[in-house]
Design a protein around this ligand. Sequence first.
Ligand SMILES: [Zn+2]
Length: 259
Amino acid sequence: MPEGDAVYRTAARLRGALDGHTLTRSDFRVPRYATSDLTGRRVLTTLSRGKHLLTRVEGDLTVHTHLRMEGRWQVSAAGSRIPPGDQVRLILANERWQAVGIRLGMVDLVRTGDEARLVGHLGPDLLGADWDPDEAARRLRGAPDRTIGEALLDQRNLAGIGTIYRAETLFLRGIWPWKKVGEIEDLEGLVSLAQRLLDANKGHADTVTTGDRRPGNQTWVYGRAGRPCRRCGTRISRGEMGAQPQERLILWCAGCQPR
Ligand SMILES: [Zn+2]
């Protein structure tokens, strides 16, 4: 699942292809907006907000998309082949470029002034200009009995963390994922570390938290279930957190992150 850094890069690609250009094609392949047409309107810009994308279009309109589990935006030269079948949810194109939204988890078209209805619930964006670790920590403290593992994925607390950065951040701070939020002393330090990890990876497609970009060496615990911890040698544990059916993968080292 794409995390905040991947969505940030997607926004940059969409800006490069669409910003400032007039749309020559607009094709919403979702029933609710099947008759919507943005042709002839100029695209202003695309912003990322946590894992959400906001493409602002002339005339006070915003196209909101979310990649969810397996969505992606494919950018290519105008007229390139478009994937067949029902995977395509939205096409926005100008004379030079086309952006094809594939398997998008959400597609909405709203007034730009109403964007808050879609993203107003989000906590501080780890990669946003308004990132605020104190506010993120304040929101986390609002539910002190929650497990820190679940709280970090709740985008209302802070926006941008998925299962990879959750696992890596908790490992680096030596925190057991089921520890209660209220029992963690330095929440500001924890969220600041998560922010630095995302920021360090926002410019490239790999997720590197170890500082070593060689394949197989990039993470501490994520993708390493059953293998020895790089610090203490304990085998990395794998489990699931959260209530069904929303449970999500968690990896941790029982040696470095004791109960
Ligand atoms: Zn360990």
